[in-house]
Design a protein around this ligand. Structure first.
Ligand code: GUN
Length: 299
């Protein structure tokens, strides 16, 4: 039976370190880290995520600002808001919750955020720094940064000799996750929906990271005995066993089957999810230290 990796506990230790760093910054410079979270439209899951981000920012002692905009907001209006947040010295981190409603050009919005305030690590500058191996001066996308802390908790900082397979190639997760694993010396395979014989590819992995958005897709016989499995999926499925009309969250990994084969596995919920929010707090305090010309803390 695999060790179940406790993302909640790890996230709590990161946010406590962030809170202390924020306190020290305020004591030294009289500045609170400022995080602006922008959400457009009515998607209930996005609202739930954004509310937990804003709540955690307050718990960390930040100046937490939330902009909730109606579905019919225009591209120009959203660009204007980002411009104002870029110019606001009390805001160190800006996060525009994705996905945006369909009528937006999301890339133009994301790239309009100043790279030094881009706490999602999605700007071309931050993504490029990661791709060229500069992990020190940019900002790294929160979910891969958090998943990587969990991997390091199992394998340490040096993944030399280990095969890692990442399923999913998004800019927000798969690509930066692959870069982080490569930077730590793993041999990395990026798998995706067009990969041939995905199960066989996955079975080569000492570290298997699933981010596809399909409930319980990764089965027990896809996994190498003794592997570490990181489940990034959050899928809401019907749960009639809990009562009529009830639902529950599950990952991209068939947890019961896979935990009988793997050596370590992240649960859903309580694995990677809490780490995303913790790393968003970490990125915001890092951005705030840099804005004051100070050396940023490491998490
Ligand atoms: N939607 C789901 N995850 C994320 C995230 O990490 N950042 C943003 N901006 N939107 C998201």
């Amino acid at each position: 039976m695999a060790v179940v990796i406790d993302g909640k506990a790890k996230a709590a230790s990161v946010t406590e370190a962030v809170r202390k760093s924020a306190e020290a910054l305020e004591a030294e410079k009289g500045v609170k880290p400022g995080l602006a979270v922008v959400i457009v439209g009515n998607d209930p899951a996005s609202h739930a995520y954004v509310n937990s981000k804003s709540k955690m920012a307050k718990q960390c002692g930040f100046n937490s600002v939330q902009h909730t905009l109606p579905e019919e907001t225009t591209q120009a209006e959203l660009l204007k808001l980002v411009g104002e947040l870029n110019a606001d010295a009390s805001i160190h981190g800006i996060l525009v919750q994705l996905p945006l409603p369909k009528h937006f050009n999301s890339d133009e919005i994301i790239q309009s955020i100043l790279p030094e305030k881009d706490v999602d690590g999605l700007s071309v500058l931050n993504a490029g720094k990661l791709a060229t191996g500069d992990l020190a001066t940019g900002l790294i996308s929160c979910t891969p940064a958090g998943a990587m802390l969990l991997v390091r908790g199992i394998h340490g900082d040096d993944l030399s000799g280990l095969n890692a397979v990442v399923i999913g190639r998004s800019n927000l997760f798969g690509k930066p996750m692959g870069q982080l694993l490569l930077n730590a010396n793993a041999t990395v395979t990026m798998a995706h929906s067009r990969t041939k014989d995905l199960a066989t590819v996955c079975k080569t992995a000492d570290i298997l990271v699933a981010a596809v958005g399909r409930a319980a897709m990764v089965k027990g016989d896809w996994v190498k005995p003794g592997a570490t499995v990181i489940d990034v999926g959050i899928n809401r499925i019907a749960a009639p066993e809990k009562g009529e009309g009830k639902s529950k969250l599950v990952g991209d990994v068939a947890f019961d089957e896979v935990s009988a084969v793997a050596a370590a596995i992240t649960p859903v919920p309580g694995g990677v999810g809490p780490m995303t929010i913790a790393m968003l707090m970490a990125n915001t305090v890092i951005a705030a230290y840099r804005a004051q010309g100070l050396k940023a803390p490491k998490f």
